[in-house]
Design a protein around this ligand. Sequence first.
Ligand code: HEC
Ligand code: HEC
Ligand code: HEC
Ligand code: HEC
Ligand code: HEC
Length: 488
Amino acid sequence: MSTTTDNDAKSTNTWTGPRKRWVPIVVLLFVAVAAAGLTWLLTNIFQRKEETKQPFTQVVELTDTTYDPAVWGKNFPKHYEQYKKTYEDTDGDFIKVDPTDEDPREYHTISRIDAEPRAQHMWRGYAFAVDYTAPRGHEWALVDQMYTKRTKEPFKQPGTCMNCHASMPEVYDKLGNGDRMAGFDAMNKLSYQEAVQHASGTIACIDCHDPKTMELTITRPAFMEGIKKYKASQGISDYDVNRDASNQEMRSYVCAQCHVEYYFKGEGKTLTFPWDKGLTAQDAMAYYDEVGWTDFQHAESGAPALKAQHPDFETFSQGVHASNGVTCADCHMSYQRDGASKISNHQIMSPMASDETINSSCLTCHHSTTEEMRQRVDGIQDQWQNSLNVGYTALDALITDITTAANDGSATEEQLTKARDFQRKAQFLIDYTFSENGRGFHAPAYSQSLINQATDYARSGQLALRGVTVENGNGPAVLEEHSPAKDQ
Ligand code: HEC
Ligand code: HEC
Ligand code: HEC
Ligand code: HEC
Ligand code: HEC
């Protein structure tokens, strides 16, 4: 410490003479540069202010109970128009179907289990093996949940499902008599069929915005609680997201209320995010192991399996964009010029949907072309898909081997238990990255590492059935009979 100070002092002394002689010029230059800088800054601030100031006329007063987005639309017609457009097919994955009484939708999206039968195999014994489709825009969130086979007989779902598929402030207010936390608890305990009677529409303005200030706000108790636990794991106590988060963080946090892995905790079926130990897949798995959580028993192998669901925020958090402060909104709601103003695109969709969306998102930071951006995304997604194929092949083989061994008695109970535990681990990691919606893009290296780890777990499980133990799925394989560790 003192050495550095000495050195600094020395170098300062050495340069005192020459610097003094240059003072008039330096001062002059400084003043000139500062003046130019200030002009630039003022112009810039002025422009940004002008740009972000919406040509906004308050037609109606918005309050805590203005639930209907159409009413908000009177003040913000452009935002409302874009928001309604989340109804459109922007990435070509809609399929026309014949509506029935059971399911009146005219369009579904492509089935992800038909496209990937190994996923269907992985989920056998669980609702996802029956119906799982590609996501689409927010306008569909409530109807897609109402009519998926996963909320129909024989499957029974709790009201908890609705937390991310409908506009919640109204439902929480109704069920909790104005106390939203009480409303959350009350809704989770209902059956899905009862809860859905209280919903009047899909995700709306009031789910992301404070009606009085239009600032971003967190409305979901599960996220408030989850992010608090996560921050505590990082040494930050008593974190209150609506008080402590920066605006920049909120541009991801509003999305992270829903685009995350979750489970239903305890008798109250409380929506809970497994973030006590951190945000990685391994952190979530360690949490589930500790609390003894299992989503379902695999129908063929008998493994105590976990189901991962859209960990978009957690995965994004492991990538280079997050570490550079880039947010979900930067890519999925990029600014669009509208005359003299800019507005955040409320037709939330893939940034790769068109040249226009690539331009307004990626190309504001990357000095490149739309074509090159497409190639980079395709390249990352192809590599991810290739690795995923290897991982799925290994997992599929493990499930088949455990099932065979359990049926023909070729493995001991102990070996079966070990192999099933490896299936649980391998399956969670494969499922985690498969169910994540960036298909490898949100964190390329991290996603690859999950698949590598999963493949290793799956192959270790196969070895376990043959009496070969592998420590933690990482170390060298050792035959049980010859293991020196076993002798002690
Ligand atoms: C924590 C928030 C959250 C909860 C709770 C939640 N979902 Fe979702 N759901 C999402 C998000 C985000 C998507 C879009 C991303 C995706 O499909 O992976 C989605 C997509 C879907 C879809 C369309 C794609 C598909 O999976 O076929 C259906 C149907 C669905 N959910 C049903 C349900 C049901 C049933 C429940 C209760 C068991 C539920 N959701 C609970 C956030 C949630
Ligand atoms: C209240 C929960 C919720 C919030 C908040 C939320 N989403 Fe979603 N999102 C969903 C659900 C549910 C779906 C799937 C709807 C379906 O398939 O029917 C979805 C679908 C999507 C899709 C797929 C669209 C497509 O065309 O395929 C994108 C992209 C998306 N959300 C991004 C975001 C971003 C970015 C944010 C934050 C600005 C956000 N979401 C906030 C629940 C939510
Ligand atoms: C650096 C830009 C970037 C950021 C930041 C980003 N995404 Fe994405 N996201 C993408 C790209 C690129 C894809 C792949 C789109 C495709 O394949 O068409 C994608 C895909 C998705 C999809 C699936 C869309 C579809 O049409 O199937 C969802 C949902 C999504 N992201 C949600 C999020 C959420 C939530 C966050 C923040 C936690 C986020 N993204 C952050 C660029 C980004
Ligand atoms: C899924 C979350 C979400 C929903 C739903 C949503 N917004 Fe936004 N909105 C955002 C985000 C993110 C921003 C960017 C805010 C920022 O950076 O401060 C934004 C910004 C805005 C702004 C500020 C100006 C601008 O364009 O950046 C207005 C006005 C606005 N939204 C109106 C609406 C209206 C009206 C609705 C309903 C029709 C709506 N929003 C629904 C997330 C949402
Ligand atoms: C707000 C600025 C911003 C936006 C918007 C943005 N990026 Fe980036 N991107 C960055 C930064 C910063 C890095 C890290 C650069 C570095 O560390 O060298 C990066 C890195 C990348 C990388 C390298 C990834 C890796 O893991 O090494 C790719 C690929 C990329 N961006 C693609 C995209 C695409 C595609 C989009 C649009 C969907 C996009 N970016 C939007 C700022 C942005």
